[in-house]
Every structure is written in structure tokens, then in C-alpha cells.
Design a binder for this molecule. Structure first.
Ligand code: PEP
Ligand code: MN
Length: 628
């Protein structure tokens, strides 16, 4: 805290001020400026400084420290402290979506909507049994009966539940049913309620008050943390009251990055209460994901016009389903996923939900391939790192792992050619899926290394190719190839290279406590890598929309034209065609093609049979779901 003193301050006033602060346990240092004097005050800043401002000789009091300690980012070395609710972790790479009606209105209605939100990919079921309504005449909730219905839905659908507690008197009762307490906006500053939930062993979802500042919001979280709840608080931005009447509240999206910078607590967004209008919910949900929210809370009702509360802001089930698909598309752009449960079953990939599968990838932990693997196969799969692409193929081919995840093509640098050649060496392997990942590269150094000190770059050739424009601006840098992006960072760390930088994802720098000098150094931000998921046997995937084949053509004029004609004859759409030289046969080529699977799969089978008959070499690599 800084106390700015008036120019006409008398020495006796200064002495009185210093001794008052000393009685409050604060140390002071007088700093003499050219025009003004200030007192620097050391120690815990009092929450209320108005009294000091009124003292004679004081012109202004400037607070420097933060009044919350446990909720502050500095209190935890982790970027976010994840909170576990049932099988989910809120604050990790998975976005967690809580969905359901505003209130529990009937048993059948709740079971119906629980089934629907679960099928659409929701992770947690919401529903209010005790409702804090603005009007005493409005529906107040079903109380205990509502809690029992929620517990039945959890039992039936395996969805953890979140429900609001409105009074300290209900805390024990609600705790016996819920997986996650909700403290509503109207109760954000009900300190007795905050202390009561803090004394339980359940996590708490704390909603931002209608007119609460971010500091007041974090002070309420501080109450729960200080009450001994451990670090089990999830914040929820649900809109604040502003002068704008077009929406029920103004969803303060900027609170998401602000809270991320101030606190280690996870933060989710509730665009239903944030907008109060179902037409605006999806856009704001996607924006919140893009802004870095750890999850969403969405009101969904089987028949919103009939809802007993908040019908206007509740989505119809089909709108929620569409929103989940859109969230799944946006999430990877910001390094998140909505979880394997969302993938359209059935496919061989669903086997991995049992959590017994192993999958091989090339690189070290933190590699982009590992991230692709986790995003596609889920967190429970054991990821097996391999030194080379060849070893990765060998692992899955020998049955050491069930899957292998391999980069095949990058949107800036082109095909990962060794993998197209390797796949031909393993006729038993099939492509059972693909995933695209946005690749955002950072220039990573030892803490303290400045860009002028960098002489050498350690990078995967693909990463260097994707950052060509940036590297061209530093022609004096010597580039060393490392066959793994994460490995290049491990390398400069292990060898303490202080005049070198590596190119990899920011997350690798964070894992290894190195520093990012510059982020986003790839030549274009739309930089995506497509990975294949390979499995021994394992084809085709039901519901597939893409097929990959490889073939050689006979050696006569027009042979490629004729081969492609087989596809045209059966009206098959060709998405991609790439030629690769055939080893040992100079100037002869092999073609890799991606085809669209038509509605009538028979047409594809006929086209492929014709292609196989015409070509001296032919192999169907896989029939799977396209990533986009
Ligand atoms: C609710 O979630 O239904 C609710 C009452 O929310 P809020 O406290 O944000 O108004
Ligand atoms: Mn509501």
C-alpha cells in the first residue's frame, strides 16, 4: 500500500500517521520525491482503507497487494488447479459441460432430459431442487423430492449432478445427494452459506453475483477456500447487470482471461443466464470456449415454453446437440477436447473407454502426437512413446499396443512422407480414424536467454518447415534437426544450452520450466496436422465417411486416367491424390487417394473392386471417419 501525503503535511501529522500504522502492525518507509512525499507501507493491506484516507495530511491511499490469498494465482504453482467431479476433471484439457433444466419439475421430465443431454455428450447433469426466485410467488423448486429425482437420474445415466443450495440449513441434506454444490449468483456473498459448504467434503461451483466485481467474486471463493474445503472451487461467469436491456444480463467474457491471470481456480461460463435468450446461448458458449473457459453450464429443457423457470433461455434438446458438435469443433483450436464419449459410436475406438488400451506415438511426452492421441483416444489410454516412426509402426504391428497415432500431413509443410512409405510395409494395419490438431509453435529457451543470444535452433524438420518465414528473419541461426518436437526442448534443457532455442508447443516449455521467447512463430496461424490412428485388423469403422487406398497403375499411356475413371463410373468423389516414387523402380509412382464414402456404400465397393482389378498393386488402407 502507498499513502500519498499532502504537500502541506505537518511533521506532527506524519508522526501521528506512522504511529497509527505501526499500531496496526504495519511498517512504513518515507520516500521523498521532488514535489511530493509518499509513505510505502509494508505488511497485510487492510481491506478497508477509507479511515486512512480521512486522516489529516493524507491525499490518497493506493492499494498494491491483493486481498485474496488462497484464490490468487501466486498461491499455486499450477496454472489451474483442476477440480474432480465424478470421473471428470474441471480445469484440465477436457472441457466439461453441465447441462439440464433450470429446475427439476417432474421425475419423468428430468429422466427424459438427462437421457438426451447424456446422448449429446454432456458430462454433468444440472437441475435446481431449491430455487432462489426473484418473486416469492414463482415456483420455488421441488426440494428434497427434486434431490431424489436427481440422484435417480445419476444412477440411471451415470452423470454426476450439480444442484443449488440456498440456505445453510439445507447444506447437509443437499450434500447427501449432490456431487457438486452450486452457490447461485444471489448467494455469492452469503458468507454463512459459503462457510457451511466449505465445511463439507464436496466441491463448490460458485456463480458470480449479479453486480459483483471480479475482486468480490474472488473474495467469495476465498471464503470457501479458507473454510477448509481444500482447492475445490470452480468459478462460473453467468453474466452481470449492466445498462444494456437487450439481454437479461451481460455475459462478461473478458472475466475469463482476467480470472485466469489472477487466479488458479477453474472458470466455466453459463451463457444461459448470461444472455437469458436461447437464440444467443450457442454463440456465447462458443465464444467462452475460445476465451479459455474450462467448461460450460447450459440450460436444456424438453419443452422450453412449458418450463416452470427460465424457459426462454433453455435450449431445445436438438439445439444442445448441435451446440455440443460445434463445441467439439472449436475446442481443439484452443487445445481442448470434449472427451471420447462424444464420438459417434459404435467404432473400434470405443473399446478404449475401458481404459485398458495402449497406443504408440513417436516422440517424448508432450509431443504433438501425444496430444493427438489423448484427444482422440481419451485420457485413460496408456500412451507409449517411441523413438522413431518405424518403431511406432512396429509396436502396433507386433501387438505391443492396440493403436498407433502418426502424423500424416501438415497444412503448411505437406505430407509426412516416411509414414506413407512405412504404412506399406505393414499390410495388417488399417486406418481406423483421423484427427487434426492446430499446431502453434513457440520459440523456447532457458529462462533468461534473450533473442540476441540465440545462435542455434534445435527443431524437428517438420516444425522448422512450418516456421520457415520466421526462421528466414534470422539467417545467422544454425539449425540442427531433432526428430521430435518435444524432444528438442528436452535436449536444450538437458545440455543446458543457453545460446540455443527449440521449436515446440508452449505446454512443453511449461512442463520443463523453460521460457517462451515468442509464441505463434508458424508461417500461418491456420497450421494443422492430420494424424492417422492405426490398428491391426480393425476395419472398417461403422458410420465411416472416408476411405483411403493406395495403388500402382499399369505402365501405358492414360493408365492413371483410366484408374480414376473407375471412380467416376461409380460417382465416387476423390478428395486427395498424392504420388510417391516406388523404391527400386526409378520414375515409377504409387498413388495414395482419399475417397468420400457415399450414402450407398455399395457404390464404393464396386468402384474399389474395379480399381483393384485394373491395378497391378492395390490396397485398401482404411474406411474411417474424416476429422472434419
Ligand atoms: C440457475 O443456475 O438456475 C441459477 C439460478 O443461476 P444464477 O444463480 O446464476 O442466477
Ligand atoms: Mn435458471
Amino acid at each position: 500500500m502507498i499513502v500519498v501525503l499532502r504537500p502541506d503535511l505537518q511533521p506532527a501529522q506524519l508522526e501521528a500517521l506512522q504511529s497509527l500504522l505501526a499500531r496496526k502492525g504495519l511498517e512504513t518507509r518515507l520516500i521523498q520525491g521532488a514535489e511530493r512525499q509518499v509513505l510505502a507501507v509494508i505488511g497485510q493491506t487492510p481491506a478497508d482503507t477509507r479511515e486512512l484516507e480521512l486522516l489529516p495530511g493524507v491525499s490518497q491511499v493506493i492499494k498494491v497487494g491483493r486481498p485474496y490469498k488462497l484464490a490468487a494465482r501466486e498461491a499455486n504453482s499450477q496454472k489451474t488447479s483442476p477440480v474432480t467431479v465424478g470421473p471428470w476433471q474441471i480445469g484440465g484439457p477436457q472441457l466439461v459441460v453441465m447441462a439440464g433444466p433450470c429446475s427439476v419439475e417432474s421425475r419423468q421430465g428430468l429422466l427424459d432430459i438427462a437421457a438426451k443431454v447424456k446422448a449429446a455428450g454432456a458430462h454433468i447433469l444440472r437441475g435446481g431442487a431449491y430455487k432462489p426466485r426473484s418473486s416469492p410467488y414463482a415456483f420455488q423448486g421441488m426440494g428434497l423430492e427434486g434431490l431424489e429425482i436427481l440422484a435417480e437420474a445419476r444412477q440411471l445415466y451415470g452423470l454426476p449432478i450439480v444442484t443449488e443450495v440456498v440456505s445453510p440449513a439445507h447444506v447437509d441434506q443437499v450434500a447427501a445427494y449432490t456431487d457438486l454444490f452450486q452457490i447461485g449468483a444471489r448467494n455469492m456473498q452469503n458468507y454463512e452459506l459459503l462457510k457451511a459448504v466449505a465445511a463439507t467434503d464436496k466441491p463448490v461451483l460458485l456463480k458470480r453475483g449479479l453486480s459483483a466485481t471480479i475482486e468480490e467474486f474472488l473474495m467469495s471463493a476465498e471464503y470457501v477456500l479458507a473454510g477448509g474445503n481444500g482447492v475445490r472451487v470452480i468459478l462460473c461467469e453467468r453474466g452481470i447487470r449492466t445498462f444494456e436491456p437487450s439481454t437479461r444480463n451481460t455475459l462478461d467474457l473478458s472475466a475469463i482471461p482476467v480470472i485466469r491471470s489472477l487466479s488458479h481456480l477453474p472458470i466455466i461460463a453459463d451463457p444461459s443466464h448470461g444472455t437469458g435468450h436461447r437464440g444467443y446461448v450457442a454463440s456465447m458458449a462458443l465464444a467462452a470456449v475460445a476465451a479459455g473457459a474450462d467448461g460450460l453450464m447450459i440450460e436444456v429443457h424438453p419443452n422450453p415454453p412449458e418450463a416452470l423457470s427460465d424457459g426462454a433461455q433453455s435450449l431445445y434438446p436438438h439445439q444442445f446437440e448441435k451446440l455440443m458438435r460445434d463445441v467439439a469443433a472449436v475446442a481443439p483450436v484452443v487445445g481442448r477436447h470434449v472427451g471420447v464419449e462424444f464420438r459417434r459410436p459404435p467404432s473400434p475406438i470405443t473399446l478404449t473407454r475401458q481404459g485398458e488400451a495402449k497406443a504408440a506415438y513417436q516422440g517424448e511426452p508432450g509431443a504433438y502426437s501425444e496430444r493427438a492421441l489423448r484427444q482422440f483416444l481419451g485420457a485413460n489410454v496408456e500412451a507409449v512413446p517411441c523413438h522413431s516412426f518405424a518403431e511406432t509402426f512396429a509396436k502396433v504391428a507386433s501387438g505391443d499396443t492396440q493403436f498407433a497415432v502418426l502424423p500424416m500431413e501438415n497444412s503448411l509443410a505437406g505430407s509426412v512422407q516416411p509414414n506413407y512409405d512405412l504404412v506399406l510395409e505393414y499390410p495388417d494395419l488399417s486406418v481406423v480414424g483421423e484427427i487434426t490438431l492446430r499446431i502453434c509453435h513457440s520459440l523456447i529457451v532457458h529462462p533468461g536467454t534473450r533473442i540476441e543470444q540465440v545462435r542455434r535452433i534445435y527443431a524437428h524438420p517438420q516444425a522448422a518447415a512450418q516456421c520457415e518465414d520466421f526462421l528466414r528473419t534470422h539467417p545467422d541461426w544454425e539449425i540442427f534437426q531433432v526428430y521430435d518436437t518435444a524432444g528438442s526442448v528436452h535436449y536444450i534443457k538437458k545440455h543446458q544450452l543457453r545460446d540455443a532455442a527449440a521449436i515446440a508447443a508452449r505446454q512443453v516449455a511449461e512442463q520443463l520450466q523453460l521460457e517462451v521467447l515468442q509464441e505463434g512463430i508458424e508461417s500461418h496461424p491456420r497450421n494443422f496436422t492430420r494424424f492417422w490412428i492405426l490398428e491391426r485388423g480393425g476395419m472398417p469403422v461403422i458410420g465411416a465417411d472416408k476411405a483411403s487406398v493406395v495403388f500402382d497403375t499399369p505402365d501405358h499411356p492414360g493408365a492413371l486416367h483410366q484408374a480414376l475413371g473407375k471412380l467416376t463410373e461409380h460417382n465416387i468423389n476423390l478428395h486427395r491424390l498424392e504420388s510417391r516414387p516406388i523404391a527400386g523402380k526409378p520414375w515409377e509412382y504409387r498413388f495414395f487417394a482419399d475417397l468420400q464414402v457415399p450414402e450407398e456404400a455399395d457404390r464404393l465397393l464396386q468402384a474399389l473392386a474395379a480399381l483393384e482389378e485394373f491395378c497391378p498393386f492395390y490396397r485398401l488402407l482404411g474406411v474411417y471417419r474424416a476429422a472434419d
